[in-house]
Design a protein around this ligand. Structure first.
Ligand code: ZN
Length: 357
């Protein structure tokens, strides 16, 4: 334990610590770091592998910020962004203004460069970890245990914040990259808000991150971002930052805006958000959710069709045994197609343009 801590304090490399301890560390630990320029002190708490909290010690805070990555282990760009922010904080190079919880969701899947080991974690939140369990004792795989741990960690983090002061701003940006390319390179899924208004200032924040395509969700899901939004009232998003690439092959200049904005956000700098203008955004809502029912599920478009590609009304998008799935509405576009999913799971979404007013 002492060794883990002294190495981390020296090199700030929390990503390596997490990868070398795939599912757990022997015990939690904490230490104090001093920001070099201001001499302000912060407490660093390593809760478990991939779970680290930073809290300013001599400064009142108003925000509780969760930044998660590696819920899908092969989505490297956001992992690199977060690893660098964590390192700068530990080494005293970045000023910390607010409470921040960083999460590397699934370190074991980072190590095998796969989305997941046994099960897609972004289907396991809001109790998803305990569904379809069969008759066995306990949760049936490590990813289910990990999803439960992530839920409890986020809950504890927000609760501790609310003990410090009232009316705090909670946010959770769950950072991903997509399997396929996208016509709209970066986009964010805004989880279902159960009728509450969509927040324009949040869209302005995303715009500052270089994201101008927003997908509004109209039903509860088992994603991590919906969990934080629904259970804790956090401003939460699933943020897709371009296409999956191996470590070291990301063109990090493509992620400069998101990195700069997140850096300013956690260090309390003015974000200079551009006033909201609907013309800056492409906003979509889900139109058809197509689950695979049959043995023979075939997509009638090629593998390299980008997310958000639209189709004219009429053609058959997919066949599910003898059922044809047809484009029904002007501007209808496809996202997240995957013909290989298990029977009963989602194989394709279609979306249509909308507005938030
Ligand atoms: Zn992902």
């Amino acid at each position: 334990m002492h060794q883990l801590q002294s190495k981390l304090q020296k090199d700030g490399d929390f990503l390596s610590l997490s990868r070398e301890n795939e599912w757990s560390i022997p015990q939690p630990f904490s230490f104090i770091v001093t920001h070099q320029a201001s001499q302000q002190q912060s407490k660093v708490s390593v809760i478990d592998t991939g779970l680290i909290v930073f809290e300013p010690l001599e400064k009142n805070t108003t925000k509780d910020i969760v930044l998660s990555s590696a819920v899908h282990g092969n989505e490297t760009a956001p992992i690199e962004i977060c690893a660098d922010l964590i390192q700068q904080l530990i080494l005293g190079k970045l000023f910390l203004a607010e409470r921040v919880l960083f999460i590397f969701g699934n370190p074991a899947s980072i190590n095998i460069s796969q989305r997941f080991v046994e099960e897609n974690m972004n289907r396991l939140f809001s109790g998803g970890h305990s569904k379809d369990q069969g008759h066995g004792e306990g949760l049936i795989n490590k990813e289910r245990h990990r999803a439960l741990l992530l839920e409890n960690t986020v809950r504890g983090f927000f609760q501790t914040g609310s003990e410090l002061s009232a009316n705090r701003e909670r946010s959770h940006y769950d950072l991903h990259t997509a399997i396929r390319g996208s016509k709209n390179d970066k986009f964010a899924v805004y989880p279902f808000r159960h009728g509450k208004a969509w927040k324009k200032e949040q869209l302005q924040f995303l715009y500052s991150c270089g994201i101008n395509t927003i997908l509004l969700s109209h039903s509860p899901t088992t994603t991590f971002s919906y969990f934080s939004s629904n259970e804790f009232g956090a401003d939460a998003f699933t943020v897709e930052l371009g296409k999956v690439k191996p470590f070291g092959e990301n063109d990090m200049s493509q992620f400069q805006q998101v990195k700069d904005t997140l850096t300013s956000f956690i260090s309390g700098k003015d974000l200079f958000l551009k006033p909201f203008d609907e013309n800056d955004f492409s906003i979509f809502e889900i139109y058809q959710t197509i689950n695979r029912h049959g043995e023979n599920f075939v997509l009638n478009f090629s593998d390299d069709v980008d997310n958000f590609t639209d189709f004219p009304v009429g053609p058959v998008l997919a066949t599910d045994d003898d059922v044809e799935i047809i484009v029904k509405k002007e501007g209808e576009a496809i996202i997240f197609p995957n013909a290989e999913v298990a029977i009963g799971q989602r194989a394709l979404l279609t979306v249509v343009p909308t507005t938030i007013d």
